[in-house]
Design a binder for this molecule. Sequence first.
Ligand SMILES: Nc1nc2c(c(=O)[nH]1)N=C([C@H](O)[C@H](O)COP(=O)(O)OP(=O)(O)OP(=O)(O)O)CN2
Length: 291
Amino acid sequence: MQLFVNDLTVMDFSYLCPERGMVGESWIVDVLLDGTLNEESMIQDFGVVKKNLKRLIDGYIDHKLLVPAESEQAHIRRDEDSEQVEVRFDLTNDQAIQMYCPAEAYAFIYAPTITMDSVSEYLREVIATHLPDNVDNLTIKLRTEVINTPFYHYTHGLKKHDGNCQRIAHGHRSRVDIITNGNEDLESEAYWAKRWEDIYIASREDQISADALQCQHRLANYDDHVCFAYEAAQGYFEIVLPESICEIIDTDSTVECLAQYIYTQQKQRLPDDSCCVMAYEGVGKGAMVGD
Ligand SMILES: Nc1nc2c(c(=O)[nH]1)N=C([C@H](O)[C@H](O)COP(=O)(O)OP(=O)(O)OP(=O)(O)O)CN2
């Protein structure tokens, strides 16, 4: 017999890809448990399934950077005297992404690439030991939200957040709704989807020079790269990326700030028109600003 729970949780994370760089994602999780009935005549109480599996899935993936640990592009070094981990990931265009962060900011997936298959297999393996004896098998199905309008993938970190959003590289796959003069503005939505296709959104106040980096191994050169760092409650976070995949803004990157940023830029693009922006942060939530 099988028990299913759809929409168990949404995993908001980013992953490293040789071609796309850093990709923000929001994957919806459905689960299927194979088992026999327990003394309550259940495979497992839905309340327990939802609470436990969501906690485990969130703990292993949510708000982390997923590194394909078997990729030739990934170079991983752990500090011997601290919990910091350094990751350099070589991109196909001879540029690189470099991070120096607390270990808990990463999930190392032992696969050559990050795909729904490699992530669901990873989750199945790590969660298997937490299942009750009457459950024989767990299937984790991952899917993206169906969005019929333009959307983007972004990565960011919220250093002031007291939860896991402080991690410098977690992300979202997000739709953006733009209403111009009372009508859906597909052209503007497509403009933002293109501009933020696979973007890292950084705050200007976090920018540092390459000389100030704390990671031990240096790139051959930092031309065309930008560096950001901050200290947050979970520790010290540092990231280096090609400038071409960054948008540097003057504020934090909460979804409220991003809605305001898009709105302000839209007023410059279309000064004579009324405008309303609904910026999403992953699935089903976001911020709205308009006139
Ligand atoms: N008002 C706001 N609240 C939060 C923002 C924000 O921009 N404005 N941002 C975040 C984080 O960036 C985070 O990535 C959001 O993740 P979310 O999945 O919603 O947070 P949780 O994991 O706590 O929620 P789940 O229901 O477990 O998915 C946080 N808040």
